[in-house]
Design a binder for this molecule. Structure first.
Ligand code: NAD
Length: 479
């Protein structure tokens, strides 16, 4: 069954797009057309930004209490939950994410994010009254920053949108989202949920488009803040545009995270965690630990176990519940991953994978691929591949493992594996990243998520992310 959308959700209504250009949604597993949607243009962005402004100045949204905004977010979460399985299937079809992962992260986790920010919204109204050492009283207010322009990639299109919508709406902002052309269908389901929740018109708007439209949104004079998730290259261009405009921006960018297996690591636990830690959604996750740092004394044991496990994974249609590794998100992206695999063959020892699975003649599949004897200075250890390609790197001491983990342009995630939690914690504290897991990895709703260095600026999730959607105002009461 394919779905063909005709209208864009702007200003609380389904409106006719200005252009007749359309995006086709292609199944990553079968290469069949599974739907289509209008491609937004600059006039659609103009309309969406105006609607978002009016939501702040002309609708009840601008004067609602935090608790009332929380109720809107709760209704939105309920409406989204009803559409959970449709949402998961739609994402899985488009970008190849195994269906169980889509159900867990794109559906359930997304609903949980909205509920989390719904619960925080009621706590945000308080003004702080501070006695000044200068003899008067100052009121410190946290006001919504205004209209947010948000841009998301194709790999986790729903959750990455809601990680922006949740805190932005809790803070009292309105938002215009620009989804990626590769995953253009899911945003219509989220928009239907927003419509059912009865959010005031213009609070959330979606205009799908490519990078030029994204750049137009970033620099739009009606946008007060930009929230971006995507590649480091695009992040730099967006940061530059926002720098010129002195426009606040948060950036969630690429990664090349390391899994540090200490010499007392429970190898079975790591092997069991590999699908979520190193190969989540076929390796198309920003925090994937695709560098695996292994002590010399256990190197052969780990290489053998990782290679045997990777070669045992069921590669197949993302909608098939037996599938462990689905296809890459687009033909272009598969070509990119294959280029890295060819580079890897020159730089290191290929122990499994390295090509396309013989069993699939359609779909953008690559075999789970493991390279051993990888130098941390190799291209495959330095650049983000964004596919099921793992590099095993040997080390001598814990200090060397930390040095190798930190010797990266990126600083997003990481994991430490040890039977001794205190020892793992000591190592985790010294790893230069925004997040790190011990014996597993799952971004916590209630804690800031994000990266340092080339992995980005700012944080999403946790109560901290609300600050990115607020501005501070001090009122000096002199008399
Ligand atoms: P991408 O940067 O090519 O595109 C991301 C989005 O930005 C798309 O909607 C695209 O149309 C838009 N875009 C691209 N260039 C732009 C520009 N100059 N101005 C405005 N908009 C622009 O990334 P991608 O290939 O779609 O996604 C994969 C990347 O996203 C990986 O690098 C991955 O690590 C990163 N990512 C990071 C996180 C995180 O939380 N840190 C999460 C998921 C994905």
């Amino acid at each position: 069954m394919s779905t063909h959308h005709q209208a864009l959700f702007i200003g609380g209504q389904w409106v006719k797009p200005h252009s007749s250009t359309r995006f086709e949604a292609i199944s990553a597993s079968t290469e069949d057309v599974v739907g289509s949607a209008p491609e937004g243009d600059q006039q659609d962005i103009d309309a969406a930004v105006s609607a978002a402004r009016r939501a702040l100045t002309e609708t009840a949204w601008g004067t609602m209490s935090g608790a009332e905004r929380g109720e809107c977010l709760s209704r939105f979460a309920d409406a989204l939950e009803k559409r959970g399985s449709e949402l998961a299937r739609t994402v899985s079809m488009q970008n190849g994410m195994p269906i169980a992962t889509a159900e867990q992260l794109e559906s359930s986790y997304s609903v949980a994010v909205l509920r989390y920010y719904a619960s925080l919204a009621g706590t945000l109204d308080a003004e702080e009254s501070r006695p000044s050492p200068l003899g008067f009283n100052t009121t410190v207010r946290r006001e919504p920053v205004g209209v947010v322009g948000a841009i998301v990639p194709w790999n986790f299109p729903v959750i990455l949108s809601l990680m922006k919508i949740g805190p932005a709406l809790a803070a009292g902002c309105s938002i215009v989202l620009k989804p990626s052309p590769e995953t253009v269908l899911d945003c219509f389901i989220v928009a239907q949920a927003a419509e059912e929740a009865g959010l005031p018109p213009g609070v959330v708007n979606w205009v799908p488009g490519g990078r030029e439209l994204g750049a137009y949104l970033v620099s739009h004079p009606g946008v007060d803040k930009v929230a971006f998730t995507g590649s480091t290259g695009a992040g730099r261009a967006i940061a530059e545009a926002c720098g010129k405009l002195l426009r606040p921006v948060s950036l969630e960018l690429g990664g090349k995270s390391a899994a540090i297996l200490l010499d007392d690591a429970d190898l079975d636990a790591f092997i069991g965690g590999m699908p979520s830690v190193s190969l989540l959604s076929n390796g198309q996750a920003c925090f994937s630990c695709t560098r695996i740092l292994v002590p010399n004394a256990r190197y052969k044991e780990v290489v053998d176990a990782v290679a045997a496990t990777a070669s045992s994974y069921v590669v197949g249609d993302a909608l098939d519940r037996n599938t462990q590794i689905g296809p890459m998100g687009s033909a272009m992206h598969r070509n990119r991953v294959e280029r890295y695999i060819e580079i890897g063959k020159q730089e290191a020892r290929l122990v499994t994978g390295g090509g396309r699975p013989a069993s699939r003649d359609r779909g953008w599949f690559v075999q789970p691929t493991v390279f051993a004897d990888v130098s941390n200075s190799a291209t495959i250890a330095r650049e983000e591949i964004f596919g099921p390609v793992l590099s095993l790197i040997a080390y001598g001491s814990d200090d060397e493992a930390i040095q190798l983990a930190n010797d990266s342009a990126f600083g997003l995630g990481g994991t430490v594996w040890s039977r001794d939690r205190e020892r793992a914690l000591r190592v985790a504290r010294r790893v230069a990243t925004g997040t790190i897991g011990i014996n597993g990895y799952l971004p916590d709703l209630n804690a800031p998520f994000g990266g340092i260095k080339a992995s980005g600026l700012g944080r999403e999730m946790g109560p901290e992310s609300i600050a990115a959607y607020q501005q501070l105002k001090s009122i000096y009461a002199m008399g």
